[in-house]
Design a protein around this ligand. Sequence first.
Ligand code: NAD
Length: 483
Amino acid sequence: MMKYENIDINQLVKEVQNKLAEVTLKTQAKDLEKDESYTKDEIDKRKDSGIFNDPSEAVEAAYIAQKQLFDMSLMDRKRITDSIKEHLLKYVHELSQLVVDETGMGNKRDKVIKNTVAIEKTPSTEDLRAGVFTGDDGLTLLELSPFGVIGAITPSTNPTETAICNSIGMVAAGNSVVFSPHPGAYRSTNRAVELISQAVTMAGGPKNLVVTVDNPSMKKSQVIMSHEKINVLCATGGPGLVKAVLSSGKKAIGAGAGNPPVLVDATADIEKAAKDIVDGASFDNNLPCIAEKEAFVVDSVFDYLVFNMVANGAYHIKDQDTIKKLEKILITEKGQANKDYIGKDAKVILRDIGIQVDDDIRLVIMETNFEHPFVQVELMMPVLPLVRVKDAWEGMDLAIKAEHGLRHTAMCHSKDIDVLTEMGRRIQTTIYVKNGPSYAGIGIGGEGYTTYTIAGPTGEGLTSASTFTRKRRCALVGGFTIR
Ligand code: NAD
């Protein structure tokens, strides 16, 4: 019989909690030890390539590597990131093919472009610009210091691009990185990390500066997210992931979902707008979070825009029954995008509703109303609904609504400065492209550096090396001003 006298209830609760934590940890450790796909020798060999089965081990290794990097110079960091760029460039075709094979999404041609710009246009240490204040009271420097170890969670839609781009920026800033790759894209992500790891050591950098986790799972991701030696989390993915990192209690950089609208008004260069929209909305089969997902087109130019989109590789579905058929296969009963069709070729999507087309068809278009799920849901398929509007102002109102306040990306084709300005001012997206395809916003055929982590929800915007730093002030009182 249990005695109730002299029991300290707080003590009892603590003991039970400790016991439960012990059991949970033991179970987790057991799960992590169990790796059916590799022998022990193979697991050890993979560790040398920066690929760890146990996420805690990965974090511990990256922690040591970051200390070593911190003792190296800025020139060393530049040499390491240059080496990553040079080495990875040789593997762009292999990586792009691997991603297509593993995920079954997107196309190799565009993934080659995406990986190449990730390598060539992600800034390194040149992005780390210090600040300065001078005056009667002396000199104060604003220095950019590393956070330490960054836990980076990556998506299936741009897996190798994100790993490359995050690695260059985070290492240039003086951090080490532990990747938690998407379970559906981890083989290709980890191949990229293996190559990055090779490049780091080839340049004399620390072993395990950039590491990743094998056979990823939600549990392993949680271990990284809650590990005491992870200083910052950087999440690139959908709303569930961003919510999870924001609830982690750690500093989080969250790059989330978008539903980018494009507005075309009567003053636009319609032939160019049509080509830009087809190019942007079909790029990598619409997988990029920045790609045009729905269009608002002024009535007077609607038909001419459609005519030119068809001339540029769009397939126009005109009858309602066919649109209904398409809706049936692309939208689930829960009103979400059907994963089976995310990132698939336009030809495959059309084939499944009984329409045979040639390979040069890159995009499927149709006129819908504003409420249609193709407008409201982030499809990530080469399927673009067009909504007819009476003028630019009505189109702008609807475009803002369709963006759902995600503040991600928007496009506008117009020659009216008031329309261009007002749309940018009101929609408040991180990326706003005027008179160009969406990908111009990440430096593909547009000015500016490239990133695949666009942190709208947490406000950092287009991330780069300086995003992954702590801003520190260093004040020298009463000296060093020579004015
Ligand atoms: P996803 O959200 O399914 O997965 C992203 C990553 O998060 C994966 O590694 C996954 O395992 C992990 N994850 C998901 N939920 C989690 C949770 N609760 N806890 C811990 N880890 C979790 O994304 P996806 O389907 O690969 O990518 C597509 C989505 O990502 C789209 O919504 C797209 O708009 C968005 N995206 C945004 C950006 C950006 O820069 N803003 C870039 C790429 C993709």
